[in-house]
Design a protein around this ligand. Structure first.
Ligand SMILES: *[C@@H]1O[C@H](CO)[C@@H](O)[C@H](O)[C@H]1NC(C)=O
Ligand SMILES: *[C@@H]1O[C@H](CO)[C@@H](O)[C@H](O)[C@H]1NC(C)=O
Length: 373
């Protein structure tokens, strides 16, 4: 026998692996098999949900207790997780992660109207991860051969969506809305962060936040396409260091609106690592406040630090990156050590910024319109 938990929803004949829903159209009786599911609406049932033979967990209007993680690790291969209704979290100052999802061949699906509501204003104090209240991260995924689609995420306390140690994962139609944080003190609310992963695609997503829209620190074969970023710090490779490598990144068909930066590649002085085979193609910039495009090898949180040291940045393509920077900003700056940049192709049209900064370390033969032209 199965557990005694109630099934909600349609009348059903069987609750074994499948529900059989019958209906009659024009005298023909149809019997459709519909996957049955474990309805997780009480946090106590989490372990049972993960073990359920249904392999389909419907998370509806769940309240996650303060200081607890919605721990969706140890999932059975092939599990489907559906979010529906509004999921909320109790308040505690802690360093944890509010949701973790780990597994193979997993499908995570947000149903229409779903909301993962971090109610981050309870933690926001303008300091983000740099101090003040301890703030949990929002979602961590460690997935293989999996899909994440349709999630609506609102007001994370700090970093929002981290994909780490993932392989063959597509993340699509995710809406990260931290607009409230613009006026209520959110900081370090990074949208998507990808690290140590292979073949991760983030597509058709929206991010309105107060830090990087998308950031990658290591990994190969990453795609970020058809996304709209508003309010944050732009699309970033790095900051690179600690010997980490980023290879084969394609950013294309994106729009970046009122971010501090449009696109950037950054490494820290004195560090080792590699950035190779990276392209930014058809990226539109709108009213960027600081740098339209910046590639620098002397990145430091509070501003460039010292002269850049050699850091290989090879096969970089900037193609049809276009748009506007506001008056006080800089359209384009490149500041890398001589010889670090190899095999760049550059075609951009970024205008409006009046703050002129020189480019240094641009490879021979590459024509970049630095300054305020
Ligand atoms: C990359 O991941 C996607 C799933 O997002 C998969 O369909 C595709 O086959 C993977 N590519 C390779 C080369 O494994
Ligand atoms: C640069 O891009 C523009 C518009 O996207 C195009 O018209 C132009 O031919 C390109 N130039 C080069 C050198 O590729």
């Amino acid at each position: 026998m199965k557990s005694q938990r109630p099934h909600s929803g349609k009348d059903v004949i069987s609750t074994a692996r499948m529900m059989f829903v019958t209906s009659s159209i024009g005298g023909v009786v149809l019997i459709a098999a519909v996957a049955s599911s474990f309805n997780l609406n009480s946090f106590d049932q989490l372990d049972a949900a993960k073990k359920s033979a249904d392999k389909r967990i419907v998370i509806k209007n769940l309240v996650v207790p303060a200081g607890k993680k919605l721990d969706l690790t140890n999932l059975q291969d092939g599990t489907v997780i559906e979010f529906t209704g509004r999921v909320t979290f109790g308040y505690l100052e802690w360093d944890g992660t509010l949701i973790q999802i780990k597994g193979k061949n997993i499908r995570v699906e947000g149903k229409p109207g779903n909301l993962l509501d971090g109610e981050g204003h309870r933690w926001w104090d303008k300091l983000g991860g740099n101090g003040g209240k301890k703030k949990p991260r929002f979602i961590d995924v460690n997935l293989e051969d999996s899909l994440v689609t349709g999630l609506n995420i609102k007001n994370p306390p700090r970093h929002c969506f981290k994909a780490e140690r993932c392989k063959n994962v597509r993340i699509e139609h995710v809406n990260i809305d931290v607009k409230d944080g613009d006026t209520k003190g959110a900081h370090n609310t990074d949208g998507f962060g990808v690290g140590a992963s292979q073949n991760v695609t983030v597509a058709n997503c929206k991010v309105h936040n107060q830090d990087d829209c998308f950031c990658i620190g290591s990994g190969i074969d990453t795609v970020f396409e058809n996304n709209v970023c508003t309010g944050g710090h732009g699309i970033s490779i790095g900051s690179m260091g600690n010997g980490k490598k980023v290879e084969r990144v394609r950013v294309r068909n994106c729009k970046i609106i009122k971010n501090t930066n449009g696109i950037r590649i950054k490494s820290r002085s004195g560090e080792t690592g590699l950035v190779k085979d990276v392209s930014f193609e058809n990226v539109e910039l709108v009213d960027i406040t600081r740098f339209g495009i910046i590639i620098q090898a002397n990145y430091f949180n509070s501003g460039p630090k010292g002269d850049p040291t050699p850091f290989p940045m090879e096969n970089i393509v900037i193609k049809n990156v276009r748009g506007t920077v506001s008056k006080k900003g800089t359209n384009i700056q490149v500041w890398v050590a001589p010889g670090s940049a190899k095999n760049w192709q550059w075609n951009s049209s970024v205008t409006g910024g009046q703050k002129e900064l020189p480019c240094k370390g641009v490879p021979q033969g590459v024509n970049i319109r630095c300054g305020k032209k």
